[in-house]
Design a protein around this ligand. Sequence first.
Ligand code: NZQ
Ligand code: ZN
Length: 381
Amino acid sequence: MQNFTFSNPTRIIFGKNTIFKLGPEAAKAGKKALLVYGGGSIKKNGVYAALITALKDNGVAFIEHAGVKPNPVLSHVREGIEKARKNDCDLVVAAGGGSVIDEAKAIAAGVKYPGDVWDFFCGKAEIKEALPLFTALTLPATGSEMNAGCVVTKEETRQKYSAHGAALFPRVSVLDPETTLTLPMAQVANGAVDSLAHIIEGYFTTTDRDAEITDEVVHALARTVIASTGRILKDPSDYNARASMMWSATLALNGLATCGYGGMNFINHAIEHSLSALYDIAHGAGLAIVMPAWFKHHLAADGPARLEKFGRAVFGVRTAEDTIKAFETFFRKAGAPVRLGEAGIPAADIPRIAANAMGLIRLWGMKHEQPEIEKILKNAV
Ligand code: NZQ
Ligand code: ZN
């Protein structure tokens, strides 16, 4: 087990009818919010109405920045920064899924930075400060509500890159599982796949394989995500399954599930970001294609030990091959694509996808070359 520092300053308020609690919290940080949201789901499920009442009742004025796209884009981030500056916003409130929260983070940091916000994403500048951020999460998936990262796509170059910095941790995130009852089943699937992806990256790439507590945290989270998703697919109104799923997704990428691991990397994410950058598919759908392909490569390169351990603890299977099959079966049952063709991506595009992924692989300091990435992607044909 490696040395580690675990620090997470985000305050979580969890449960039914909790959105109103964001009002007094936001009022402690400022007087005028930039209210960031997406394509309108929050207006259909009551989140918008609850949030604006909470802000108004606590004397927090707000300017709206709507229309965040799934896979948020740099041009819209820049618009948000200008809007926040022009209106003297002193805090940011985000309501929605990971895309909305990520764009809100980029805006919060961009407002405080005199240069181009993309500098944070391509490694030219470090995030030193940001406007205080408050979130109401409506889609359990990314963990953005309790972490210090954000992902944005630069449209012209199709680069989907991430920025990180302690200033990006939300001050407070409200997690009301009832807000997830309106999710389309495809988004339930994407969220389940993404949560699993966040815990398998560290588990399978760590060079220190003796951190039993963290292995067990990963097993417990994986079992819970899989069981909760099964319950939601059977009965979408199952509140306790929604609640377990929501908290699991947050814990999957808040730093807890990698404590004590060493030398790990996020290779599945680096490859997936190329798929969603080039084809604008959902992050979770891209991961369902990449993960089984990468597992096959991992088995050939690193042997069966980790796949066997994970399979025994999570799926009740004995072999590495059966563990990979169990992942695929779960992804298919949830309705996610598991081959490039199932997402309409031609095999002939593999060199282009791998070339795009190399940008992020280099930026994240990973030791992988394009031929290896192409080989992994061929497992997804
Ligand atoms: O835009 P609206 O109308 O809100 O609709 C959204 C969107 O169309 C909808 N939705 C969200 N909550 C809903 C709902 N529809 C009905 N009821 C609800 N309660 O779902 C659609 C997808 O939303 P999105 O925010 O794009 O999904 P997700 O949360 O999966 O976020 C994906 C983005 O986050 C990045 C991904 O790369 C992708 O860009 N990630 C961010 C990470 C982070 N910050 O730590 C880590 C991840 O690995 C990931 O890369
Ligand atoms: Zn992810």
